[in-house]
Design a protein around this ligand. Structure first.
Ligand SMILES: Cc1cc2nc3c(=O)[nH]c(=O)nc-3n(C[C@H](O)[C@H](O)[C@H](O)COP(=O)(O)O)c2cc1C
Length: 177
């Protein structure tokens, strides 16, 4: 079996998750290729049985390049096993998590894929105060930080909501069908 993992990542979290999914699949005997969606135009997906596409979320949006990959390969992905994941911090709250599942995964699958995905995964994300943020990002993060601090979270340290056990289990499930 051959798998392709395509990711769009602004600060490195979706990239790290992709590498981890790749490692899990390789341990299960799958041949894996990892691809950064940035700058990618057309890619030959014909050798792959499984295609995983993932992105970090910023202000409610996937990276443009990961969406573009799905748009440019919509027909190629039609009859393949396709799984989608996002890395975001919406898993910190039940209500946010439900909205995020609908918007970032179900909505994106409906818009960009011809057939329903094999699986979707909403994985946590990281907000690391040491990341290089632009001015707009810093302004947005002020609001996020306020929310986190009101819950007693120390925002001077990296805030990481990723659950690696969840990610490993999700990856292993992909090849069971
Ligand atoms: C400027 C900014 C905006 C963000 N907006 C959202 C958001 O709208 N929803 C959310 O759940 N997480 C949001 N996050 C958290 C990111 O999704 C999280 O940092 C994730 O790990 C980013 O993945 P990436 O590093 O692969 O891009 C935001 C983070 C930053 C820095």
């Amino acid at each position: 079996m051959k798998a392709l993992i395509v990711y769009g990542s602004r600060y490195g979290s979706a990239e790290k998750i992709s590498q981890e999914i790749g490692d899990v699949l390789r341990n299960e005997g799958v041949e894996v290729d990892l691809l950064d969606s940035r700058g990618l135009k057309k890619f030959d997906t014909s050798p792959y049985d499984l295609v995983v596409v993932g992105s970090g979320i910023k202000v409610g949006s996937w990276t443009k390049s990961a969406l573009k990959f799905m748009e440019n390969h919509q027909n190629d992905l039609r009859d393949k096993k396709v799984a989608l994941f996002v890395s975001c911090t919406a898993n910190r709250d039940e209500k946010l998590l439900k909205e995020a599942q609908e918007k970032y995964l179900d909505g994106v699958a409906e818009k960009y894929l011809i057939n329903p995905p094999l699986a979707t995964g909403l994985f946590g994300g990281v907000i690391d105060p040491d990341s290089k943020f632009g001015i707009m990002d810093k302004m947005i993060l002020k609001m996020v930080k306020k929310d986190l601090e009101s819950k007693g979270i120390d925002t001077t340290k990296p805030y990481d909501t990723r659950d690696w056990d969840q990610i490993h289990k999700w990856a292993r499930e992909l090849i069971k069908n």
